[in-house]
Design a protein. Structure first.
Length: 551
């Protein structure tokens, strides 16, 4: 007889199966089936509510940021200043550099006359006094319009703010392409049969929908007027399947976010569990009927082996699930970034074509504009390289090896964020070791790491602070340090800052993946990242990379 803990279990199984027979087995199977079905149904509905809340918050934050950008411009200039075409064009360029969703910008006086315009269309001189959005902004001070065709004959919406001067009233408005909102509602990954879209109070689509049609089509939805929170209801499709629909109103616009999904897709694990439960119950009944005494030893042996295999499988599935989730999120982010990069490159090419048709001597800043276009192309290409590397995160792409100057990489990365730092009144000091030896590594991935560390430093400071970037070397390695004057990192969380999805930022302001990805990149490059911080005294992140004997 086995001298293991399973010996007692075997005896208990024999006694229980003989005394209680089959009734408890079927009762337990029914209880598991009922409880798991209810719990999983609630889980699916809860997940749909979380998705709706995340998407709604993202769109509200986007609209709030759009209005804040316009309000800042309107308060910074007078009507006379923004009526200057060159100045308005520069303002648009600055806005698009920080907030790429704006297509154009215009100034409208209190009579509805378009007195100044910067953008790709010929709209200057038009009168908007009869337009709904103009009257709304004159009445309320701010307004986000529904998507409409307008003079452009292309779906777009208007965000506008009102400015009052002592002797005049005028409005500043910007145009946002409806495709931007389509991208926002599709940003969170969902199932293959799921989709999300926006409608206004009349049920008119503000974004594309695969089930209900294109922008400005009318969706066939059950509109219940304005309500607080979120609502869910189920409806039947022509093919007999059930469609679960969730609705919630935005706070910044008179739009409703609608998320629809096929619950059968999310319920597939439940169906598999039901089949497995049914099989287990039948197998148990057969074993009981065949004779508990004859099979008890074999059951115990199999149970012991199953426990070992289950423990190993659970550990493997947990690790695989984490890696798959991070890879999927990284790929989604990379694909979303590639779309605006394409628009930026096309816009830069269009500007270059326009400049080629002009007389250089008549444009005061022609050389600066041409140089800026070259830099745009360079940074777009660098960003494409970064997104390519991000896509390779899930595929474990091997890094490239090139001879580089670490100081040059730091200098180039810093320039990319200088405008953001200047906007936040953050100074950047550089203390580079000019005797630094060259190293062999992947410059694109390394630049991605420094860019992430610098962005984190700017976010930690927020406004009015200082960042120090320094480099140096020892006999075996070179290093680069980024020090910020922010709030610092509490000591009890410093051991977790490189964990996936861990973040000290507020909800909605960070994914917790930047430092994790950076840590993995530096490890693949043969280096390491260290952090030193005291709460309230800023933080210093140092990247250490190995030297190469002959570079």
């Amino acid at each position: 007889m086995q001298s293991t803990p399973y010996t007692a279990l075997r005896l208990k199984i024999i006694g229980a199966t003989l005394v209680l027979s089959l009734a408890p087995l079927f009762t337990l199977g029914y209880f598991i089936h009922t409880s798991f079905s209810q719990a999983y149904t609630e889980k699916v509905e809860r997940a749909l509510r979380i998705i709706m809340e995340d998407k709604r918050n993202a769109i509200d934050m986007f609209l709030e940021a759009s209005l804040a950008q316009l309000r800042t411009v309107a308060e910074s200039y007078t009507l006379a200043e923004l009526s200057d075409q060159d100045r308005l064009t520069r303002v648009l360029g600055t806005l698009q550099g920080n907030f790429r969703a704006f297509m154009d910008i215009g100034v409208i006086d209190e009579d509805g006359n378009h007195v100044a315009y910067a953008g790709p269309y010929k709209l200057k001189g038009l009168n908007y006094s009869q337009e709904v959005w103009f009257n709304e902004v004159m009445r309320r001070g701010i307004h986000v319009s529904d998507t409409f065709l307008g003079f452009r004959n292309y779906p777009h919406c208007i965000v506008a703010v009102l400015r009052r001067e002592p002797d005049k009233v005028w409005a500043l408005r910007a145009t946002v392409d409806s495709d931007v909102f389509t991208s926002l509602v599709r940003a969170v990954p969902m199932g293959r049969q799921a989709e999300a879209f926006l409608v206004n109070g009349q049920g008119v689509l503000q974004t594309l929908s695969s089930r209900h049609g294109g922008v400005l089509s009318t969706a066939s939805l059950r509109m219940d007027g304005h309500f607080g929170g979120a609502r869910l209801y189920a409806s039947s499709l022509p093919n007999g399947r059930t469609l679960l629909t969730g609705m919630t109103w935005l706070q910044q616009a008179n739009w409703m976010l609608v998320v629809q999904e096929d619950p059968a897709e999310e319920m597939s694990p439940l169906l598999r569990t039901q089949r497995q439960t049914f099989f287990i119950v039948l197998a148990g009944a057969f074993i009981v009927l065949a004779g508990a005494l004859f099979t008890s030893s074999r059951i115990v042996a199999r149970l012991a082996q199953a426990d070992k295999e289950k423990a190993a499988m659970d550990a493997a599935l947990l690790q695989s699930g984490k890696i798959a989730a991070i890879g999927k999120l990284a790929a989604g982010v990379a694909h979303e970034v590639n779309n605006p990069l394409t628009l930026i490159r096309e816009s830069a090419g269009w500007i270059r074509d326009l400049l080629s048709e002009e007389n250089k001597t008549q444009i005061a800043n022609f050389d600066e504009i041409d140089e800026a276009l070259v830099k745009i192309d360079q940074h777009v290409e660098r960003a494409r390289t970064v997104t390519h590397r991000l896509l390779g995160f899930a595929r474990r792409m091997e890094p490239m090896q090139e001879h580089i100057d670490l100081n040059a990489v730091l200098e180039q990365t810093t320039k990319f964020l200088e405008s953001e730092a200047l906007y936040r009144n953050i100074s950047i000091d550089k203390h580079f070791d000019r005797s630094l030896p060259c190293i062999t590594t992947d410059p694109a991935q390394l630049q991605q790491v420094f860019l992430n560390l610098l962005e984190n430093a700017i976010d930690a400071i927020d406004r009015g602070g200082k960042i120090v970037i320094s480099s140096g070397h020892t006999e075996t390695e070179v290093y680069a340090s980024i020090t910020d004057s922010g709030h610092g990192i509490p000591r009890h969380v410093q051991d977790r800052i490189f964990d996936p999805f861990f973040t000290t930022k507020k909800v909605g302001e960070g994914t917790g993946l930047g430092l994790s990805i950076s840590y993995g990149i530096i490890e693949k490059l043969g280096g390491r990242i260290t952090v030193a911080s005291e709460e309230g005294q800023g933080a210093t992140f140092t990247v250490h990379l190995p030297q190469v004997a002959a570079c």
